[in-house]
Design a protein around this ligand. Sequence first.
Ligand SMILES: *Cc1c(COP(=O)(O)O)cnc(C)c1O
Length: 420
Amino acid sequence: MNNTLTYARTQDQADPLRAYRDQFYFPQHDGKDVLYFCGNSLGLQPKGVEQALLHELEHWRTHAVEGHFRGEMPWMYYHKFLAEQTANVVGANPEEVVVMNTLTTNLHLMMVSFYRPIKERYKIIMEAGAFPSDQYAVETQVRYHGFDPDTAIVEVAPREGEENLRTEDILRVIEETGASTALVLFGGVNYYTGQFFDLAAITEAGHRAGAYVGFDLAHAAGNLPLKLHDWGPDFAVWCSYKYLNSGPGGPSGAFVHKRHAHNPDLPRFAGWWGHDEEHRFLMKKGFHPMRGAAGWQLSNAQIFSFAAHKASLDLFAQAGMPALREKSLRLTAYLEFILDELNQAGHHYHLLTPRDPDQRGCQLSILTDSHGRELFDYLSQHGVMCDWREPNVIRLAPVPMYTSFEDVWQLGQLLGNNSF
Ligand SMILES: *Cc1c(COP(=O)(O)O)cnc(C)c1O
């Protein structure tokens, strides 16, 4: 690797995914595309979204209520048109996934089914420093069932002087908590450090302890190839507006493993859209869930946000997660290489994210020194969009779908040219 413009451009020319960049709108800064490193927070807008939305507006204008049954993608079945592509993104069977609601809502719905504490088995094991919404969901679920969050929530933290979790520590806590564990709930990629956890090993340990296992994949879906079916967690949830580029407030996805597909006795909070579709419109008493994850739906689909999501999923289906990951490994390694070079030249960009590529997606989190906020403002003023997390972390996500090696090189130039 070389920290030169020529090297970066050569990499871009050889990049089989380079055409995807043109499928996205970049905000402008001084008449040029910004250097966008914030796809972990909100993905860029795919150009196809506008057409997809206009199409549904037109469908509504022309057919009104009959739009539910007409056209290539009748609204009535809309969630089904997303199932296969979604399944491919997270490594599941189409029957195991459904797009519905928003992320925190789905986390609660899944916990209704898979967190059912009893006196002897009531604990939830999770990573320390999980995303706040997840912390609040877990805390209030625990209280809802009449337990005390202080004793029911077991957080696994990094060792003294370390920044990331060791898999062996996660597995040890699960084993030690043992039969009192009701649920193991982990993020896929931690939003702050960027660490990607060993989800297969966590699932295995959780099940060995007799607990259910669930994952929040907000920062993993669309970022790394996942194998939910094979890894075997009971459930997973994610959002679509981060790496999946579906727009602000975009819909969430949920996974329920096949082993629960035909279990109508699993308690759940139901709505008519989860009811057996053959009989949905008979409007009869008595809930009979659809097979698979679809049986957790509450409401009819939010067509406009689903349409935007579909436009984005089409790009993932074309590019494919393996090719995206392949580029991602090289792109993130390039950013890491440049940061290391700058540090040798006297800068202080301390990497919080694991150096092992198997333990991270595309995001690198850097811990800055006391001038971090000034550095962040400097970057913003020079056309970089990245994000700042208190107290002094800058998160940089070179997203393989639309970030170029040249973007990374230019970011490196700015990081090297400042005096902070
Ligand atoms: C982004 C994110 C959320 C946000 O939840 P919404 O319900 O979509 O607002 C929740 N959890 C995690 C882990 C996230 O990364």
